[in-house]
Design a protein around this ligand. Structure first.
Ligand code: GYE
Length: 336
């Protein structure tokens, strides 16, 4: 009953259907956790919906666009958003989620920095009857602990990066990998997708792999050290788990007197504007898109849930792939 009261605001919010025309694609059915308690009963007296969102940090252009999408969408819909930035620390995210539980927010949403270690705090949210929505990265928990998970397919992204590179280099490459935050879903899954796909090409080998923590500075630092090492001269291709690390690597390659995109082929993931600039200059060869604009589908899902709609457990964002041949044409229309 208490929850039904809190969710009563749905009558005042715009009617939006989950995933309709917003670049996402629902898949694999499932039951919305706790959905029965909200079935749009008892309209409340104009009280704003309170959503607590725990963000990972501000490590990349992707993350900046993602934060902006969530904040602007909340504002547009008149949602009272309690937003916190965990500065890459899981303990800060757990603290934020606990404080949202204490404040009795209507909904908790979060993007988990790493995959493991979330079960206790999500059980606390469930015990407090607060529905949890997962965006961007998946936590490794039983799926009754959250309503729905909206984000891209990171394994597929890694696979697409590998297949693009294989075609470009004719199945022959000595590859350096810059991986993302250790233990994070995109780092784990992109590595898996890429590694599984290059297994079909005996001439393609990853000979170096180190984390660049999804940041430009660390991507540059790691690449600088690699290029100074004896192994550096053997590298013919670089796979970065995100654009920012690739952009840092590009700076390091140029400072070492080599031509990024020519002496070393570079493929990365995200499709942010700076990557399109680098591609149009021929310094980055390919970027697999990962759509950060999760605000609209997330709040659509929250709205649909409040109305008692059964949501899929998983909604996969639709992403493209771009390379140096198309980047200049695409650049003016990029949204992030
Ligand atoms: O690719 C990277 C960011 O979780 C998909 O996190 C996200 C990743 C994104 O830091 O740039």
């Amino acid at each position: 009953m208490k929850l039904a009261m809190r969710f009563g605001l749905s009558a005042l919010l715009p009617i939006v259907i989950l995933a309709a025309g917003c670049g996402s694609d629902s898949s694999s059915g499932g039951t919305a956790a706790g959905g029965s308690s909200t079935n749009g009963k008892s309209p409340d007296s104009g009280k704003k919906l309170v959503v607590g969102f725990s963000q990972i940090g501000a490590e990349s252009g992707w993350r900046t666009a993602n934060t902006e999408s969530i904040k602007s969408e909340a504002e547009k819909r008149g949602v009272d958003l309690k937003f916190s930035d965990a500065q890459q620390k899981q303990e800060n995210q757990i603290k934020a989620i606990r404080s949202y539980i204490d404040q009795k927010v209507d909904v908790i949403a979060f993007s988990p920095v790493v995959e493991t270690g979330w079960e206790p705090v999500l059980r606390e949210a469930k015990a407090a009857n607060i529905p949890v929505f997962v965006s961007d990265r998946r936590p490794d928990v039983p799926d009754d602990l959250y309503v729905t998970f909206i984000g891209s397919d990171f394994i597929e992204e890694g696979k697409r990066a590998a297949e693009w590179l294989a075609a470009k280099c004719g199945g022959k490459a000595t590859i350096a990998e810059l991986s993302g935050t250790p233990g994070s879903a995109p780092a784990n899954d992109r590595k898996k997708g890429f590694t599984d796909a290059i297994a079909k090409f005996p001439g393609m080998k990853i000979v170096f792999s180190q984390t660049g923590e999804f940041t430009r500075a660390k991507g540059k630092e790691v690449t600088e050290a690699l290029l100074k090492s004896p192994q550096g001269s053997q590298i013919t291709a670089l796979f970065a788990h995100n654009d920012d690390m690739a952009l840092g690597a590009i700076q390091a390659i140029e400072e070492a007197g080599k031509k990024p995109g020519k002496d070393i082929l570079i493929v990365s993931i995200d499709g942010v504007k700076d990557a399109f600039k680098a591609m149009s200059e021929g310094k980055l060869n390919c970027s697999v898109e990962c759509n950060p604009l999760l605000g609209p589908p997330l709040f659509d899902a929250i709205d649909a849930f409040k109305k008692g709609t059964k949501l899929p457990k998983r909604t996969v964002m639709k992403d493209g792939i771009f390379d140096e041949t198309t980047a200049a044409k695409e650049l003016p229309t990029r949204k992030y």
